[in-house]
Design a protein around this ligand. Structure first.
Ligand code: ADP
Ligand code: MG
Length: 250
């Protein structure tokens, strides 16, 4: 459904040109949930921004349902059904939550807007008429942005580290919401995340490091790797706490 073929992205950094993405080959299939993970600075947000048209490829091709969208801008891609919830959402100054949701969904239906806010763990009574400004916490802002993405009937929705700044209850709600969105609207979902709970939702896990796709694998492989690292780490801590300085783990 969405294909990135040999996509390179080079951007102008403070110290000249930076090769941010190298030879990205990625196929996103209809109705699937992908979780993108990997080290900080690996290129996850850059892949998301390239899908959204915020970053333009310096080489390669991007196809949506077979149509070449490589040179299409953000607005056109949004119109074609691609959405991106930023890692650090911008603040839409002077806009009420209600207006932002109306703009996103194309409808001012109150029941819908209540549902959307509920889906991200926010109470509509407290939020609908609030103006989006500096009084919002990072987590509140993120959830309102996620709600505005949910409001649209998208083909591909990318959520960039949605868990940041979110309490446990809302996080639980959000994971259910992602599953519902996928089941109800057939939306292909990409979630950039390091959370085990989110990894468990994945049909496939995309590991990104050094501006490249390291591997595309099943969640079982990743989860057992996490378990291995976790027990290795616990073992080391036990060694440090209890044993002699250079004790071997067994
Ligand atoms: N607009 C930009 N200009 C220059 N360098 C960038 C830009 N965006 C990202 N980068 C660089 O690309 C690399 C990948 O960043 P990013 O995609 O944000 O990683 P991740 O989301 O995996 O943490 C980093 O080294 C970052 O500094
Ligand atoms: Mg990022």
């Amino acid at each position: 459904m969405l294909n990135m073929i040999n996509v390179d992205v080079t951007l102008e950094g403070d110290e000249g040109q930076v090769e941010v993405l190298k030879e990205i080959n990625l196929t996103l299939e209809e109705k699937k949930i992908y979780v993108m993970t990997g080290p900080n600075g690996g290129g996850k947000s850059s892949i998301a921004k390239t899908i959204m048209g915020i970053y333009q490829p310096s080489g390669g091709q991007i196809l949506l349902d077979g149509m070449d969208i490589t040179n299409k801008g953000i607005t056109e891609r949004a119109r074609l059904g691609i959405g991106y919830a930023f890692q650090m959402p911008p603040r839409f100054k002077g806009m009420k939550v209600r207006d932002m949701l109306t703009l996103a969904s194309g409808s001012a239906n109150l029941a819908n807007q209540c549902d959307l806010l509920y889906d991200v763990g926010l109470c509509s009574q407290d939020y609908l008429d609030r103006e989006i400004n500096a009084s919002f916490s990072g987590g509140e802002l993120k959830r309102i942005e996620i709600a505005s993405i949910l409001a649209r009937n998208l083909k591909v929705a990318v959520f960039d580290e949605p868990e940041a700044g979110i309490d446990l209850w809302s996080f639980q709600k959000l994971t259910e919401t992602f599953e519902n969105l996928n089941a109800k609207h057939n939306t292909t979902i990409v979630i950039i995340s390091h959370q085990e709970r989110i990894l468990r939702l994945a049909d496939q896990v995309i590991v990104v490091a050094n501006g490249m796709i390291d591997e595309i694998t099943g969640k079982e492989e990743i989860l057992s790797e996490i378990e291995r690292l976790d027990s290795e780490c616990r073992c080391r801590q036990d060694c440090i706490k209890g044993g002699p300085e250079n004790a071997e783990c067994n």
